[in-house]
Design a binder for this molecule. Structure first.
Ligand code: GLN
Length: 290
């Protein structure tokens, strides 16, 4: 009632989102962007609609579709990316579904910089993305490093299906391999200049307290065992063997840095902290790992 144009529905959706106290952080950080994504997706319109078109009116059938998307976001707390099937990472678009985390990671900034200044991007020949999920980090690496061959690894066949779809549409698929593997298990003998990973690192306690949106994501991609560090520790313990000389390991660990330093006191981490939400990334050079 009183809702007529695209603009009306975007404003209405955003005010419902704010009133419901939704969590924004799965691909967007605000209610208006999320509402616009859902409304446009319900109308089968591309994001980035020219401003003038926001005055177009919706048909009754379109109103039903759009209201349904807004309701699912509010009531079921489904992240918008799952409702639209798309997400953006490092300036690139990715297909997503609930078998993969919604792409987000401070590692995006490192990838876009070609891992400069941590390694000379000219000498990056091989990259490994562990726990790749949608493939976003590794595919972005292949895109920003035009000479690199990239392996995408995940333990979940359902996630790898999504990753394969993203590889196909990436335009750089001829330099990417997709492998089902429990971390390094299927990679014997391979060596990489960059190993990068956003593994599951949330503890059971933290997991229970996360906003409802996270509980619509795959637990496999978030939970890292009791204290969250299971996968991170395994990666840190094995990585040295898979790095070339001068190679680097980049692992997102959120705010588990202090806990990690306690469990692995002998490893001298290079700790990069990012503004957004206190997420953090560890960066290790091969020499630090051996
Ligand atoms: N807190 C992290 C996030 O929202 C969890 C991701 C992870 O476990 N890798 O991105």
């Amino acid at each position: 009632d009183g809702l007529i144009t695209i603009q009306d529905f975007v404003r209405w959706g955003a005010s419902r989102f704010n009133a419901a106290g939704l969590f924004f952080g799965h691909g967007t950080d605000n209610a208006i962007d999320e509402a616009a994504q859902l409304v446009l997706s319900g109308l089968h319109l591309e994001p980035g609609l020219p401003t003038g078109f926001y005055d177009c009116r919706l048909t009754p059938a379109e109103r039903v579709l759009v209201c349904d998307l807004i309701e699912r976001r509010v009531v079921e707390r489904v992240p918008a990316a799952y409702l639209t099937g798309r997400a953006w990472f490092a300036g690139l678009e990715f297909s997503v579904n609930p078998h993969v985390l919604v792409p987000r990671s401070p590692i995006a900034e490192l990838v876009e910089a070609g891992f400069d200044p941590w390694i000379d991007s000219e000498r990056v020949g091989r990259v490994l993305d562990l726990c790749t999920g949608s493939g976003c980090i590794g595919i972005a690496a292949a895109t920003y490093l035009p000479d690199a061959d990239v392996d995408l690894v995940d333990i979940s066949p359902e996630a790898l299906e999504v990753a394969r779809r993203n590889v196909e549409r990436s335009g750089v698929g001829e330099r990417i391999r997709v492998l089902e593997s429990d971390l390094f298990a299927a990679l014997t003998g391979s060596q990489y200049d960059v190993i990068v990973s956003n593994p599951p690192y949330v503890s059971r306690l933290e997991f229970a307290g996360l906003p409802a949106e996270y509980h619509n994501e795959p637990e496999l991609g978030l939970l890292g065992g009791e204290d969250g560090l299971d996968l991170v520790i395994r990666i840190l313990s094995d990585a040295a063997r898979y790095l070339t000389e001068g190679g680097i390991l980049i692992v997102e660990v959120g705010n588990s840095a202090p806990a990690l330093q306690q469990r692995l006191p002998e490893v001298p981490f290079t700790w990069l902290e990012f503004e957004r939400g206190g997420e953090g990334v560890f960066l290790l050079l091969r020499e630090q790992l051996v």
